[in-house]
Design a protein. Sequence first.
Length: 115
Amino acid sequence: QVQLVESGGGLVQAGGSLRLSCRASRTNANINVMAWYRQASGKERELVASITSGGSTNYVDSVKGRFTISRDGAKNTVDLQMNSLKPEDTGVYYCSIIYGIRRAWGQGTQVTVSS
């Protein structure tokens, strides 16, 4: 079982930036997709951004042009650079990976954007 460790959440004012990082515990895991999800209070968890082993990326419309996902295949890390943050970006952000036929989730990190 691969474990994920997230870091980088916090409190920031609207218009500010944060960078989230996630590291997989096993470097020999055959990770196909790395992604970030978020869940706002009272809402369902949604996919924010994903990146495949080939480098293809996908973003939810609300973050396009503001967030950038990147990964380091050798280190099995995935980062989410978040710029021009808005109050509606507030929520718990979860790192998730698909490796083989399995999925793993991180414990979540809180991001709070004040207006």
